[in-house]
Design a protein around this ligand. Sequence first.
Ligand code: AMP
Ligand code: ZN
Length: 468
Amino acid sequence: MKLYNTLTRKKEEFVPIQEGKVSMYVCGPTVYNDIHIGNARPMIMFDTVRRYFEYKGYDVTYVSNFTDVDDKIIKKAIEEGVSCQDITERYIKSVKEDMDAMNVKEATYHPKATEEIDGMIEMIQTLIDKGHAYEKNGTVYYRTRSFPEYGKLSKKNIDDLEAGHRDIKVSGEEEKEDFLDFVLWKPKKEGEPAWKSPWSEGRPGWHIECSVMSKKYLGSTIDIHAGGEDLIFPHHENEIAQSEAANGVPFAHYWLHNGFLNIDNKKMSKSKGNFFTIKEIAAQYSLQVLRFFMLSAHYRSPINFSRELMEASKNGLDRILTAVYRLQELAEKAEEKELSPEEDELLKRTAALQTKFEEAMDDDFNTADAVSAIFELVREANAQITEHSSREAVEAVLGTLEVLCDVLGLITEKQEEILDTDIEALIEERQQARKEKNFARADEIRDTLLSKGIILEDTREGVKWKRA
Ligand code: AMP
Ligand code: ZN
């Protein structure tokens, strides 16, 4: 099994640290907003990577954090006049709903930065003790030049960084020994969440979070560290500097980065405002369609989001699921009888297509080719399996299709449709909640319905709803 390692810029054979096991850390979202479908790309693609390792028999420990202390969270809390915790709890819940709706498996551990502060203080102290960090007026900085391998992931050269940044000064950081140094701990400003530390009452920088959570849940050296390609520099470069300087061993053997999800060939991002939230897309499509759309491209390539491609994905997924449902029905009725010579051949081709799927996935998780193998199998099934087929043949083809879809996180069980009566009941409950000024519950109901593709519209004549 080969995977492309950003650290070496090569496809390499995967060799786990411990036989049969994979330790994997994926940088998670900052929770101050509903996440957009760009953020969904690493979630879906690395969930697929995890599922494939599991299919191959590995025992995977998957860690993905929530960054729940950050300037953007503080800003949002001030805007709304609520606590940071109110904001982070609301959006962690929202992200978890989205992940569930995209059939992203729950992580083995889902740590929150605010619950790991002790570990961060400990690692920062170790870095100070080893001469890799220093304190100035309550702020602790990482001494970047003390780590000779700085730049090895992003292939940046310290001198080039210096030339590029000579004129840029970050306000409040004039006291740094060197502009390359980055913050590990910063003192609080009025009204900000803060924790006691030997240096000041304050909070950790972003990069130290992941170094600490990865070490705590997976150990000092892990197999795979992953995230979007925008994280290569500075986030992952800084994580390496911190972890390797503190622990004295390599941080991660393989670094995997997904390409961007673009819209009109520009990166979808919150700051540019060119985004769709997952909940907005869920109002129009099943999130299985979104997942299938992501799988249609290699995870390292850019992918352009458009209605046309979503429609094409919807049709493609329908084609697969229609075939699966037909086989499920046939399997119930099929007769137990000897395999015919044609069926024998069909099962051989089925096995060959499973191998083709595996070869695609073994080649740096080429999901696009893996999906093609599934389509070929669907064509075989549609052409060869009929009501006269033997049970063994139907079950073999169906079983293979179900297993391969599951590796990609595509759900093959028939989804239960939400009934009109259930919708009406929930709308009624929402109206009641609003009367009682329980807006949290009212919003929750609206979001639950939205995740099932039901759109509510508050009109003068009352609440109207429609299916997306
Ligand atoms: P953020 O909350 O911005 O830190 O992003 C969380 C994760 O989503 C990171 O791994 C980012 O690299 C990734 N990400 C953000 N925007 C995009 C995008 N447009 N395409 C792909 N990945 C993205
Ligand atoms: Zn991270």
